[in-house]
Ligand binder design. Sequence first.
Ligand code: ASP
Ligand code: MG
Length: 440
Amino acid sequence: MIVMKFGGSSVANAERIRHVAGIIQAYKDKLPVVVLSAMGDTTDHLLDAADMAVKGTVDIKKVEELHLATAKELDIEVPAIKELLEELKFLLTGISMLHELTKRTRDYLVSFGERMSVRMMAAYLSKQGTPAQFYDAWDIGMVSDSNYMSAELLDDVWTTIPQHLNGYKNGSDKKIPIVTGFIAKDKNGIITTLGRGGSDLSATMIGAAMQADEIQTWKDVDGILTTDPRVVSEAHPVPEVTYEEAQELAMFGAQVLHPRSMIPCRKTGTPVRVKNSYNIDSPGSIIVEKHSGERPLVTAITSVKNVALIDIQSSRMLGAAGFLAHVFNQFLKWNISVDVIATSEVSISLTVNGKVDLTGLIEDVKNVADITVKTNKAIVTIICDASRSSGILAKAFAALEKEGINVQMISQGASKVNISVIVDTAQVEKTVQVLHKALF
Ligand code: ASP
Ligand code: MG
């Protein structure tokens, strides 16, 4: 058995759905369980529709047209999708009357995207002579906590998913399961979502729970690349990445996989393969526990723009116990997540998402230390064998110096797979280009 996950752009229209259906059919003998995202930008469109409904306007034209036109082009009857569209209109009307939208309702609302796409694919495959059955995630045992918009799957799924899919695995059930990514239900039967991009986690969870031979996530590029090909045209595929490296890649800006998606497959050692739907025969990149050969010096370079760099300085910090604890408690109080940190005896430099409101935090920290915030910074992360950092840093800094790029902070992650440098957002592309050239 394998799991095949296709993201929104892979099922964005009739042509892409036909193409993906062909790929699924080609893997039929491997007993695929298919996990799908919502078609194209449907999730964004649903969120836009929600915002408009709060202001009093009900409009799902974009979503409705895309799904109905696609069904028509694929020449399939999809009463199940029409029913969902009706339900969706009801829901938006309700929101427009209440002028209110809770996180819980938002999750219910975005769930329609995935629920429509699986119905579309199952209908099309069946029409093509490949019997398929759509499932809403909860129908195969996907149960989560009630942390709406960013729910965590419960440990129960390790047993509930096999209960539902073992029949398919042992051959008694012949229809290919087409399962919604991204969504689940909590113990009270309320719909939840796993956070944006959460279909990856749905796929790895199913793969791990079913002890699949492999989890495939299909993209439009040749697997994981050394960096963003839009920034560096020489970017090339990386054949092998560890779970740990993949997680760091996801956290630091590479749009490969949902950061939490490595958690289930790491537990079972189930390999994840990132494949290119436009180049089926290419092996793509495989994500595994350990490098099969010698660990490469540098695996990839990623970047995150628009972060804020916070410097906190205090002479009281000299030799004082508990100062760091005090400072970080303020971050806890204001629920602000820190990404990269470097400290010295009297100062702390750290980065946070540039969109976060820092007013309250600044007021509180000011009582004990000087705090300055610089915005429009970027984190450039080198995913590498950081136990050999001297060599990497020597090359990297020589190249940056030559190009006149000033690094404002540097941090080496304790996981020993990344080194991050902070530069101005305006210089981020240049930094990535220079580092890619120097390190690959
Ligand atoms: N459709 C959801 C999103 O756009 C989930 C996913 O694509 O993984 O975030
Ligand atoms: Mg999507």
